[in-house]
Design a protein. Structure first.
Length: 255
């Protein structure tokens, strides 16, 4: 705890716990959004690098739970179906992770904010990409973009969700596939940023501290999933993401 308070103040820790709780609820409700909420919220009062370190363990744990909710066999089928996305995304994620400490903070904020904002407004406007059938080239391209953004920011949800939506993936499989893709990506992110130095002895306590509230939030979100109108809640979530993304863009442009 003493090591943690060398990095952040007690008030900042309380705020970070609140962000993690909200991120967990959203993740439990709609299957995605945890890293986007965490990086957007934490970056409002922490450095982008420290915010990225804070989200890593919660992201790994939440996606592991989501991926395996229907068992190992179903998860493995999803791995096989989206293997191109996973392999290409992994390569780009590990590669781009090494750039985090080389990029100026304002550039990183823009890299985070622009995709989040574009995705949120596209979804809110009702725009949907539609693919008649899976395309290896498109899957590889989306995987490369998702991996590149994910390595820099810990956020690879928007392009992944857009691709699955474009394929009209059934709801149950949609949630499971998200968990598998994000889970494998989160493990890769953990390894990559252990190597890059983002997650190290000094920043690990923050990532550990945010794990319990994130898991509690996810537990609540999963239980609300069946009792609350998911479409309405998802729209509210996208509004929050749009506001968070615009704030990141503002900080990236104006400092």
């Amino acid at each position: 705890m003493e090591t943690l308070f060398l990095l952040i103040s007690p008030l900042q820790l309380v705020a970070a716990v609140g962000v993690a709780l909200l991120a967990g609820v959203i993740k439990g409700m709609v299957g995605f959004g945890m890293p986007m909420i965490l990086i957007s919220g934490l970056s409002m009062f922490l450095s982008p690098e420290l915010a990225l370190a804070g989200l890593i363990l919660a992201t790994v744990a939440s996606n592991g739970i989501q991926a395996l909710r229907q068992g190992w066999v179903a998860a493995w089928r999803s791995v096989q179906r989206f293997r191109v996305f996973l392999l290409v995304g992994l390569v780009f994620l590990v590669s781009s992770a090494q750039l985090v400490r080389l990029l100026p903070a304002q550039v990183l904020l823009l890299v985070l904010g622009v995709p989040i904002t574009v995705f949120a407004f596209l979804q809110l406007s009702g725009f949907r990409f539609h693919l008649q059938k899976p395309s290896t080239r498109i899957e590889a391209a989306v995987g490369a973009f998702a991996g590149f953004i994910g390595g820099l920011s810990g956020v690879w949800g928007p392009p992944t969700v857009a691709y699955l939506t474009a394929l009209d993936t059934p709801k149950g499989e949609h949630i499971r596939v998200q968990g598998v893709i994000y889970g494998l990506g989160a493990v890769a992110l953990l390894v990559a940023h252990t190597g890059s130095g983002v997650l190290r002895a000094e920043t690990l306590p923050l990532s550990l501290a945010l794990l319990p509230p994130a898991m509690l939030g996810m537990w609540v979100g999963v239980r609300w999933h069946d009792s609350i109108d998911q479409a309405t809640f998802r729209k509210a979530t996208l509004v929050v993401l749009a506001v968070a993304g615009l704030n990141l863009v503002r900080r990236g442009v104006f400092g």
